[in-house]
Design a protein around this ligand. Structure first.
Ligand SMILES: Nc1ncnc2c1ncn2[C@@H]1O[C@H](COP(=O)(O)OP(=O)(O)OP(=O)(O)O)[C@@H](O)[C@H]1O
Length: 308
């Protein structure tokens, strides 16, 4: 359904591409994780899929959605793509919905043009029921401040589902929520997956969270895919030192206050060119060949050591 083919995105006044030749697929009914630290290019990838890159960005490669290239769509095709093709669930529901608008108006905005006011309102009520809100008829008349963060995130999910999109892009959809609500939203997304044929690209910095919901995972670093594979395999047998580092650095309650080992150093910014493997400066297994040229993704891993 979604096939990203060698996508590169370069932003103005930068020394290297923010997205550097990534290839990625999502099939119908599949949930795929895109995992990595802040700044690795995850959100930019989602924006590219929606055709929402900054105007000054230079792109190469293709983003095929059911065979049509998003990077070459007409404005009319793009508009259609953003409701029925791919829809985004954003991180912070309070930032996504204007505090002055009723929930019903927020939802019908997307539907009114196609369905007319009456049918749009009925559909809004139906959608609120679909995402598990207890009193849809009442909620359409309410303002955002009358709902909790978790309820509002359900409204945002309902809005994303309004056009029955083929693909849902979920960008850190639970980061702004407390842990109980986070678990409820993950359960809802899993449940919706069983009831719709939509595929999902689930973006997170949290590998554990990705494991709860994703069939496959892509691990991204400095605009490149470092490793990819079925979630279970990736967890049981991480092959790239970055994946192992991310897993080891995930805090667990059972550690009883002991801090997990962090990956030393910071991810690189966009102002320095990186001739070799972008992870090399932080990698415990670095060899001379790592800094000479960036290893390409072969057999699911982009690493000289893991690939040998
Ligand atoms: N509109 C923009 N203008 C300039 N730089 C940008 C723009 N959008 C993103 N970037 C830069 O591109 C890089 C990738 O950003 P992106 O938001 O995709 O990362 P991310 O992995 O989603 O991180 P986060 O989890 O913090 O959102 C970062 O270095 C960021 O500063």
């Amino acid at each position: 359904m979604l096939e990203i083919d060698e996508l590169s995105v370069r932003l103005p006044h930068t020394a290297r591409p923010a997205i550097d030749g990534i290839s990625l697929t999502v099939a119908e009914n599949e949930t795929v994780g895109l995992v990595g630290e802040s700044g690795s290019g995850k959100s930019l990838t989602a924006r590219a899929v929606l055709g929402l890159l900054p105007a000054a960005a230079l792109t190469a490669g293709r983003i095929l959605m059911d065979g049509a290239d998003v990077l070459r769509m007409s404005p009319a095709a793009l508009r259609r793509h953003r409701t029925h093709g791919a829809a985004m669930i954003y991180q912070d529901p309070r930032a996504a919905i204007s505090p002055f608008r009723r929930i019903g108006d927020f939802l019908t905005e997307i539907l009114r043009e196609e369905l007319g006011a009456r049918a749009a309102r009925a559909r809004a009520v139906e959608l609120l029921g679909l995402v598990g809100l207890p009193e849809p008829e009442r909620h359409v008349r309410q303002h955002p401040h009358e709902l909790s963060g978790g309820m509002l995130q359900r409204v945002v999910i309902a809005a994303a589902l309004a056009g029955e999109p083929r693909l849902v892009l979920a960008d850190e959809p639970t980061t702004a929520l407390d842990v109980t609500t986070q678990a409820e939203i993950i359960r809802l997304l899993r449940d919706l997956r069983a009831r719709t044929a939509a595929g999902m690209l689930f973006i997170t910095h949290d590998l554990e969270l990705a494991a709860m919901i994703c069939d496959r995972v892509y691990v991204m670093y400095a605009g490149r895919i470092m490793e990819t594979g079925p979630t279970r395999r990736l967890f049981a047998d991480p092959r790239h030192p970055y994946t192992s580092g991310l897993l080891a650095a995930t805090p667990r309650v059972s550690d009883l206050g002991a801090l997990p080992p962090a990956i030393p150093g910071r991810p690189p910014d966009l102002l320095t060119a990186l001739p070799g493997c972008p992870f090399a400066p932080r990698c415990a297994h670095v060899t001379e060949s790592c800094t000479a040229a960036a290893p390409s993704l072969a057999d699911g891993v982009a690493c000289v050591k893991a690939g040998s």
